[in-house]
Design a protein around this ligand. Sequence first.
Ligand code: ATP
Length: 382
Amino acid sequence: MNTVISATNSALGNGSERHSGLILENVSKRFAGLPRQDFAAVANLNLTVQDGEFLVIVGPSGCGKTTTLRLIAGLESPDTGDLQLDGESLAGVAARNRDMAMVFGNHALLPHLTVSENLGFGLMLRKFAKDEIASRVNAAAEMLGLIPLLQSRPPVLSAGECQRVALGRALVRQPRIFLFDEPLSNLDAPMRVQLRAQIAAVHRRSGAMTVYVTHDQAEAMALADRIAVMKDGALQQVSSPLELYRRPANRFVAGFIGSPPMNFFEGTIVQRNGSAVFRGGFEAELGAGGQKLIGQGGERRVTLGLRPEGIIEGSGASFEASVERVETTGLENIIYCSGGGGSFVSRLPAERAIKSGDQLTMQINMNCAHFFDPESGAVLAG
Ligand code: ATP
């Protein structure tokens, strides 16, 4: 499906010299009556969405994801800052003129209309010709496997089918930008995975810019070209999924992205026999990077971050741990342990029979180590 050049876009002229895509520049939004007056739902947000990009905004509840999406959609206006689409400010452009289609978790279909009528409803309101509506509805229904359901009404559909109709309703608009707000939140796990694949397919086929909000980092990792991680209204990092996993900018991102999450150990990097050593609940020698962290002769308090795959069984830089709980995925065992001065989670092959109460010798792979400032949480080296 081709992206239709809307009245909004064509009004901008051909603008080939202009930046194409969406830019949020220093955008802030406060709401009256929030418990803390100094608290902004969205604070000084700078974000760019490239043409054709699938950008996922992820973060815990209340971090400002939905507010950001509503600001893009024009359902809220920023207190400060500006949003631009293809180089043109969106200030003063009403939501209905923004050529964006939004999909929510709560699909709100019209129960008395058929699936076909629900799909075409928005186009009908916009006075599209009947033939055009029929052709767009058919194309969307085909793409989403809704052809057999076209004459059914929402009350007889499953939650997953309703959500596919909601997706189709956005698709027929052929918008410049798709906006998704937790579209899978009301579905069971298998349905979530299925619909996730359909959303990815819609994006591949339409090539339309997409901004997708979720609190689920696994969903973000699965779908995104780039992920924007937010906390308390502030953008923490925006990067590709792999980059976020491998090079988190701070402790929050490190702990939020990845499942099971990264382990953290408090300690100090000290000098010993000319090399840098992490000293905490266990001791481990650092490579050349460690030396850079403390300079000659110094020492420094750090938070050491290790992903579950960075703590494995073995000798060397090792410590004793006791297994408190084991979860198996079939492929591997996720083991929750105490040891090394705290508790941590590791993953071992499923063939390694392990049960709670077992004592293990765990080895640190310092090549996988991340170091954070214990106060600010900012990354020191990775
Ligand atoms: P969730 O995942 O729970 O939906 P979120 O990350 O989408 O959270 P927002 O809904 O953007 O977060 O909310 C950010 C903050 O702004 C929260 O503290 C929320 O209570 C507050 N907020 C959002 N909308 C309003 C509003 N209309 N009036 C007052 N406060 C609001």
